[in-house]
Design a protein around this ligand. Structure first.
Ligand SMILES: [Mn+2]
Length: 360
């Protein structure tokens, strides 16, 4: 049986090398048109269709499917990293129950959010019960992500978790930190996500990094880039962290650029704050909303696509290693497929830079 599997993997690997990257539009192949199977892939994409705690606009649970669909439009050739796709990228299908659990719990969470937005005071008994159930479901989702990331790491592959809302990163970060103690997290985000619980949801998208730095062992530091929408408690939490959290506010980054500094030196400074091994948590709303108009909570004035990719390049140039990453909060544009187009291209850039950062 084992030998059969190995032969099968070899055939697929041969297919990958005989495959023409300039002619990769076939949807019979996997993500980005690559004919990769899980065994021969260097990166495994773990989709998590989850938007239970979304506080503004829902729909990011449909992003993994939309990103996959849009990914076939990508040309694999990259002028700076032309061959990295050869290391193989595999999109692992998600378990159906996680999508079902999401729709079921989303309805409850929505009722809670609607109540809190329109009433003063505590939740009625029925919604308090629902909130406990939502928190339990989020724990289940964290476990689901953690298990998927764990088996990916044990197989010697790089995990790439694709959301869904930003809360899906916690299970991934937990597992990464267990495998790579002293990990640094580079968070691209318009929001700090450092809230101490949000609307009573323990595992809210708005608390994901607070949960990570407070509850997960093995995190050396958290470096945030592009933050421009946060509450005073979050700003204080970051400021009083003894530099364990370093927040690069969007406004200050822009001011430095306006005053004549360049993105090359600023991104080198950001990268220098990170330890040797890096996990990237990319909330797409870090980008300018013209690049992600349907994301859950868009905020004007974000990073340009090229600025974000340049920062990835600086990580690779510094000799640091990207050991895993996630991409969250991509919205779905049903008319022009724009959000998922940008999302899939960003995912591709994350993949090839992660490959380029590996020592072997
Ligand atoms: Mn976020």
């Amino acid at each position: 049986m084992c030998m059969l599997l190995r032969t099968f993997a070899k055939i697929l690997k041969r297919m990958l090398f005989s495959f023409n990257p300039d002619n990769n539009f076939s949807k019979k192949n996997g993500i980005f048109g690559l004919p990769t199977n899980e065994e021969s892939a260097g990166i495994v994409i773990i989709p998590v269709p989850w938007d239970v705690t979304t506080s503004y606009r829902e729909g990011t649970s449909f992003a993994p499917d939309a990103i996959l669909e849009a990914s076939y439009q990508i040309d694999l050739f990259d002028s700076q990293l032309p061959d990295m796709w050869k290391k193989g990228i595999f999109y692992q299908p998600y378990d159906e129950w996680i999508m079902d659990l999401n729709s079921f719990e989303r309805r409850k969470a929505k009722a809670i959010i609607d109540y809190l937005e329109n009433n003063d005071g505590e939740l009625p008994e029925r919604l308090l019960r629902a909130r406990n159930e939502v928190n339990d479901a989020c724990r289940q989702m964290n476990k689901y992500v953690a298990q998927k990331v764990d088996s990916c790491l044990k197989a010697g592959k790089i995990p790439a978790v694709v959301g869904g809302e930003h809360s899906i990163s916690l299970g991934s970060i937990e597992t990464i930190a267990a495998h790579f103690p002293n990990i640094g997290i580079l968070q691209f985000d318009a929001h700090a996500d450092l809230r101490n619980g949000y609307l009573g949801f323990e595992f809210s998208h708005a608390s994901v990094m607070r949960n990570a730095v407070e509850k997960v062992n093995g995190i050396a530091n958290l470096v945030q880039v592009g933050v421009r929408d946060l509450c005073s408690d979050e700003a204080q939490f970051s400021a009083q962290s003894n530099n364990r959290i370093i927040t690069y506010y969007s406004k200050l980054l822009k001011q430095r650029l306006f005053k004549g500094e360049n993105w090359d030196s600023i991104s080198a400074e950001i990268v220098n704050r990170l330890p040797q091994q890096v996990y990237i948590s990319f909330d797409i709303d870090a980008l300018d909303p013209s690049l992600c108009p349907h994301t859950g909570t868009p905020v004007p004035d974000g990073l340009l696509f090229g600025e974000a990719v340049y920062l990835l390049k600086k990580i690779v140039e510094s000799g640091r290693q990207i050991v895993g990453f996630d991409l969250t909060e991509t919205g779905v544009d049903n008319d022009n497929q724009w959000d998922q187009t940008v999302g899939s291209r960003l995912l591709y850039q994350l993949c090839i830079h992660a490959f380029a950062s590996q020592k072997s």
